[in-house]
Design a protein around this ligand. Structure first.
Ligand code: APR
Ligand code: PHB
Length: 393
């Protein structure tokens, strides 16, 4: 079986699906090739905070209805630090903007729904996807489906297949540069059908980091920093709640409504970037090109900003024969990626306990928190980075 399309999109997570939708709205045909089943993709639980520009982008492309109904607009997020005063990252005050608490799982459902409504082609359970002749003018993708080998001839390939995907691996080792930090801990997350506390709060404690977040008025999401080798079996609910409550200051711990977890998982923390994000006619977007640690909730937002830049580049190429944005895509996207890597690294460093830290390190990081409490320029900078830097032209 052989088909032809203008853009072959590898990976049907939020980046691939949003790109597919935006291209379709501009009359550019595309096919999404996804390794997993639809049920698997929709079952994944990921982060849940949208920057102001991500919210606007979803609204602009007709994806805002459910988000505006079910999501929770937020003026910022809190930081708690043992017995020091609480701090609020006051996004509204410093930027006039708001964030939105709305889960990635819900966004992926919304995206699937519009692609199906609009007759979009998503091939699920596509095995052994590979990319061919990407440095030529006529690349193609092959994969296997239902025991049959299939081929898609395409003008461009968009690598939206996440950290474990094939796209990044298709770039020659000679040009590919990798930048990486591993962290000596993970995040243990649980979902619980109880009302969340008022604000999303990141907490530093000498026992380790903790986070109180939310998905809706009746669904809360909590995390604790855990050891790298821990498994969920090491963390029965009782142990989780005891540890979480101990890591928040008393007045916040008292507001947390505990209950049985309905989901529990552990994620490692990593900072990772590859350069370049373009190789011939292959363009990487989202987790295919980089990973940010979740402190700061940048992952999904960065994926959307890549989609913003890449869809603009592909539309300009196809509709106006203008290659400027294709040629600048990698550099433009990477500038924003590195800003987010920078913030996520700093927040991770500030808020976690690193094994082997000495009292000097502790004092330095406490002092960083004190600066946030007392220095308005530091408060403003953090608010601007947290809400998301503006897109470049
Ligand atoms: N062939 C086809 N599809 C693949 C392949 C492959 N070889 N490898 C992976 N995929 C699919 C995955 O099954 C997944 O559905 O690509 C998709 C990638 O989706 P995500 O990992 O969700 O990545 P992305 O769309 O870039 O989303 C950005 O934001 O919150 C963060 O890290 C979080 O998922 C996140 C991200
Ligand atoms: C989440 O709700 O899952 C979440 C929120 C904020 C983060 C990371 C994760 O920084």
């Amino acid at each position: 079986m052989q088909t032809k399309t203008q853009v072959a999109i590898i990976g049907g997570g939020p980046a691939g699906l949003l790109l597919s939708h935006i291209l379709d709205r501009s009359g550019i045909d595309n096919i999404v090739v996804e390794r997993q089943s639809k049920a698997y993709v929709l079952g994944r639980i990921r982060a849940g905070v949208l920057e102001a520009d991500s919210v606007q982008m979803l609204r602009d492309f007709g994806l805002g209805e459910r988000m505006d109904r079910e999501g929770k607009p937020k003026n910022g997020s809190g930081i708690a630090w043992q017995d020091k005063p609480d701090f609020f990252i006051d996004v509204k005050k410093w930027t006039g903007k708001q964030m939105m608490a709305y889960g990635q799982t819900a966004i992926t459902e919304d995206l699937y729904q519009v692609r199906e409504r609009d007759g979009g082609e998503i091939v699920n359970e596509a095995k052994n996807v590979s990319i061919h002749d990407i440095l030529s003018d006529a690349p193609h993708i092959t994969y296997e489906k239902d025991g049959e080998k299939r081929r898609i001839d395409c003008g461009f390939a968009a690598g939206c297949d996440g950290f474990h995907g094939v796209s990044r691996q298709s770039i020659s080792d000679i040009v590919l540069k990798t930048y990486e930090r591993a962290y000596p801990f993970g995040w243990l997350g649980i979902m619980v059908e109880k009302p969340p506390i008022v604000n999303l709060v990141y907490a530093y404690h000498e026992r380790g980091f903790a986070l109180a977040s939310l998905r809706s008025e009746v669904l809360s999401r909590y995390y604790v920093q855990c050891a790298p080798g821990d498994t969920v079996d090491d963390w029965p609910d009782d142990r989780f709640w005891e540890e979480l409550l101990a890591r928040f200051p008393k007045h916040l711990a008292e507001q947390i409504v505990t209950g049985p977890s309905i989901e529990k998982s552990i994620a490692p923390l990593r900072s990772f970037v590859v350069e370049p994000m373009r190789y011939g006619r292959l363009f990487l977007a989202g987790d295919a090109a980089y990973i940010v640690p979740p402190t700061g909730a940048k992952g999904l937002n960065l994926a959307f900003s890549d989609v913003h830049y890449l869809s603009r580049a592909l539309v300009e190429h196809h509709k106006k024969a203008n290659n400027h944005y294709l040629d600048t895509y990698a550099d433009t996207a990477l500038r924003r990626v590195w800003s987010a890597e920078n913030l996520s690294w700093r927040l991770t460093r500030l808020l976690h306990v690193f094994p082997g830290e000495d009292p000097f390190d502790e004092r330095i990081w406490q002092n960083n928190y004190d600066l946030l409490l007392h220095l308005e320029s530091a408060q403003e900078t953090l608010a601007r980075e947290y809400v998301g830097l503006p897109f470049d032209d």
